[in-house]
Design a protein around this ligand. Structure first.
Ligand code: ADP
Ligand code: ASP
Ligand code: MG
Length: 813
């Protein structure tokens, strides 16, 4: 005999039921077939809702019943020819009337007992299975319907009744002995208790019904037909990259379902496993897909078979010195939980025996607390142990695989991945059989955690990077352009899937759950919401995506003010905005520390020398133990442009104006000419070399006369440049008299820093510096004789964007 079970979605509509019946009809049947059917999808929830409304005296239950009625009547109308419809409709109506009377009764009494709830829920499966049976008969198949309540006997634990296998097995076998139909259709989920009252087997229990029948009949196979193509490496609703697992052992399937893989109801596996009956999970809507075959151990390609998660978990911790070395504490704890029928999902005990922690469903939390506190009332009173500590809003994620014991470092990989994504682990449990490692985390992190774990165990070739971009001006615009043109290269060559999840400028912001298409980002952004920085930051955090990177292409101090919260949420920060790193030392230090603590990257290569590898070179030197003694640098592309063009015969004001017009200076050129921008850069280099310096510690030998520096606006500033034309000419003359050139140089030496105009001779490396190039000389303990030189284009949107791009990639590599 074969047993097939069809789930709620599989019978959720006319088309679905037709599909189910055609699968049954075309099945290469060997002998008889039992078909177990769930309620139409959503109907059990609706029945419960109706019962609850009625129990609370709310008339709305009638509306819900009407919806349930419509679903079933529609199915009849869609499935059967008009000629037979009226008789079928009247039979269904009869059932629905009973359902209505039951609800009316509950409404009158004003209470929904667990017993009535089971009776109420049974209508879902009774109706759906009856409809399927009628359809099969109408198609000409020798089919019959049987009420499972006459086959499956349980105790009286409504909602979660325990099966009496001895009685049940006997009833099932003797029924089939005397049953002529070749196809027997059975409602899942429902059974009967000691007084023949209706009971149910727990939510999702139709799978279990099918397993009970399969085991009793020693079926050749149990097929679970559902709406996904098998048991998958993770819940596909949470992890879109999940893939179906072709083969899996009973034990692994049990672990995965116990830890939340809803595709199969956990108790289902035991009865069929005892008889070594294979379970085959198949997709009703893609019957040609292989699905998942659950049977005895087979070859395994991966160390981990699957991952799953359970939401709404509470941790209960019993703690106290009175527990140490005294036997029997855990027994009393678990006995107390057992008496209250609390299902313990996870246990960990500290090796000092000073505490025991158990994970339970949040719905069991209060009764568990009461039971344990009363069990240990005396010890708590004597202060030998603490009252039970309860923490809620947690979840469990579990990694499952028979093969895990044969590999080293899996937990390191698991917790490393969680740590890198700032997912805090509250408790850990590893089964002694090493088939499972589970971690308790905050419930808000479940989706992210499952994706992170899935990525490290199943998608070793690809990693996803989720980028949020603030600022779409010159640099931001170029960055998006470069990302767009490189996206497929990154995926193919580096295995990086770079997705732009949010874009904002000063006016608008736009988010996408699946990534913004970069060929159309401008229009998309325009159609977005009005920019609000607080909301923007909140949304980035709420999306809570793995490998998140926030990119700041602005010059805004408000945007720079967001870094600390991002870093604290494990979101990396990549920025060309110099404000944060050149603010007070304490703030710079705090950001670096947060990045370390929360395993996020804080990268700002483009703060100095745009795309040139200045900071990275410096970091490599320092990290490898070198000591930086001196840094000499020309760090301002703007000033370099100005002094390269300020040659004999030129007018200083005109040169500055030309630099501004060509976009080489800030809108207010004084930010460049005053040396302030260069001060920030040398400050950052000094700090990265290990010096504790503030902006005010940097000596600025300004070449600008005070009147120009403090002019009331940009125009007045330019006037002052004319007023002081002779001063500038003199500077130039002094240099050219010696055959030297003017350069604006930043210098750091043994803890002290300065900036200022300097004239350099032909032999100096700065002499030949062209255009907007930058140059940095590092003199270190290792590079003592000849400095290490980094030189190249140090300004411009293109090179800055590529520096940011490189930093983004660096956050995940
Ligand atoms: P049915 O009504 O057929 O019994 P269920 O809704 O009970 O179906 O179970 C199937 C659902 O289980 C899938 O749609 C999927 O969203 C969910 N699910 C959770 N974890 C997994 C997993 N690891 N593999 C497959 N499906 C899973
Ligand atoms: N209809 C029941 C439920 O929704 C049983 C099942 O579908 O397996 O829980
Ligand atoms: Mg199910």
């Amino acid at each position: 005999m074969q047993v097939l079970k069809f789930g709620g979605t599989s019978v959720g509509s006319t088309q679905a039921i037709e599909q189910v019946c055609s699968i049954i009809a075309s099945y290469k049947r060997k002998g008889r077939m039992a078909v177990v059917v769930s309620a139409m999808s959503g109907v059990t929830d609706k029945l419960i809702a109706a019962g609850q409304q009625a129990g609370q005296g709310q008339e709305q239950y009638r509306t819900i019943l009407q919806e349930i009625e419509n679903r079933h009547l529609e199915a009849i109308r869609g499935l059967f020819p008009i000629t037979v419809q009226s008789s079928l409709l009247s039979q269904v109506k009869k059932q629905l009337n009973q359902l209505e009377s039951l609800c009316d009764g509950i409404f009158q009494v004003g209470e929904l007992s667990r017993r009535s709830l089971d009776k109420l829920m049974s209508f879902g499966e009774l109706l759906s299975s009856w409809i399927v049976a009628e359809k099969l008969k109408q198609m000409g198949l020798p089919a019959g319907w049987k009420d499972s309540r006459e086959l499956i006997s349980t105790d009286a634990q409504f909602g979660h009744a325990l099966v009496d296998f001895e009685v049940t097995d006997h009833q099932v076998t003797s029924f089939f002995q005397h049953q002529p139909s070749e196809y027997v259709i059975l409602p899942g989920f429902i059974a009967s208790g000691p007084d023949k009252e209706t009971t149910t087997l727990g939510r999702g229990g139709s799978d279990y019904t099918a397993a009970i029948v399969a085991a009793a009949m020693d079926a050749s196979v149990l097929e679970i037909w559902t709406d996904v193509s098998g048991m998958m490496t993770a819940d596909p609703r949470l992890v879109p990259q999940a893939i179906a697992i072709p083969r899996i052992s009973y034990e692994e399937a049990m672990e995965l379902s116990h830890f939340g893989a809803k595709v199969i109801y956990p108790p289902t596996i035991q009865p069929v496993m005892n008889r070594r009956i294979p379970i085959w999970i198949k997709n009703t809507f893609a019957p040609d897909d292989y699905g998942t075959l659950i049977q005895d151990n087979g070859e395994k390609p991966f160390p981990v078979t699957g991952i799953s998660g359970i939401q709404k978990i509470a941790l209960l911790t019993l703690e106290g010195s009175g527990m140490v070395g005294i036997p029997g504490f855990s027994k009393r704890l678990f006995d107390a939980l057992l008496r209250e029928k609390v299902n313990v999902i996870l246990i960990t005990q500290s090796s000092s025996e000073h505490s025991i922690t158990t994970g339970v469903h949040e719905s069991d939390m209060l009764k568990a607390k009461a039971a344990i506190d009363s069990e240990f009332a005396q010890e708590i009173h004597d202060k030998r142990i603490e009252p039970l500590l309860v923490e809620r809003d947690l979840a469990i994620v579990a990694v499952v695989g028979d093969n895990m014991k044969n590999y080293h470092g899996l937990s390191g990989k698991l917790f490393g991945a969680l740590g890198r994504n700032a997912i805090n682990v509250r408790a850990i449990a590893q089964g002694s059989t090493e088939k499972n490692i589970s971690a308790v985390i905050n419930k808000a992190d479940v989706k992210k955690a499952l994706n992170v774990i899935h990525e490290v165990f199943f998608e070793s070739e690809t990693r996803q990077v989720n980028v949020f971009v603030a600022g779409t001006g010159n640099v931001g615009g170029k960055l998006l352009e470069q990302l767009q043109s490189q996206q497929s290269y990154l995926l193919q060559e580096l295995g990086l899937q770079v997705r732009i999840m949010g874009i904002a400028n000063s006016r608008k912001m736009r988010f996408s759950e699946t990534g913004i298409h970069l060929d159309n980002w401008k229009a998309d952004l325009e159609a977005g919401h009005e920019m609000d920085l607080t909301q923007f930051a909140q949304r980035v955090r709420d999306m809570n995506l793995r490998n998140s990177v926030f990119v700041d292409n602005t010059a805004s101090d408000e945007v720079a003010g967001l870094y600390s919260t991002f870093l604290q949420h494990g979101i990396s920060v990549v920025t060309c905005n110099k404000i944060a790193c050149s603010s007070e030392y304490a703030n710079y230090k705090k950001l670096k520390d947060l990045a370390r603590k929360f395993n996020a990257s804080f990268l700002f290569e483009t703060n100095v020398g745009a795309g040139l590898p200045v900071i990275n070179t410096l970091n490599d030197l320092v990290r490898s133990g070198d000591k930086v003694n001196t840094i000499e640098a020309v760090l301002s592309g703007s000033l370099n442009f100005v002094f390269n063009n300020f040659v004999n015969g030129a007018n200083f004001r005109k040169v500055v104006k030309a630099a501004q017009d060509e976009g080489y200076t800030e809108p207010d050129p004084r930010i460049d000419l005053s040396g302030k921008d260069v001060m920030r850069k040398i400050l950052i280099l000094a700090r990265e070399s290990g010096a504790v310096l503030e902006m005010k510690d940097i000596v600025n030998h300004s070449f600008l006369p005070d009147e120009a520096l403090h002019a009331k606006d940009v125009n007045a500033f330019y006037e002052q440049l004319d007023v002081h034309a002779a001063h500038f000419q003199q500077l130039l003359q002094n240099a050219s008299d010696k055959g030297e050139r003017l350069k604006f140089v930043a210098r750091y030496h043994n803890g002290e820093a300065s900036v200022g105009l300097q004239s350099v001779g032909r032999e100096h490396p700065f002499y030949q510096l062209e255009g907007k190039d930058n140059i940095v000389l590092f003199t270190t303990s290792r590079y003592a004789e000849q400095p290490l030189i980094v030189k190249g284009a140090g300004a411009g949107a293109d090179v800055t964007a590529s520096g940011i791009f490189a930093d983004i990639i660096r956050t995940v590599r």
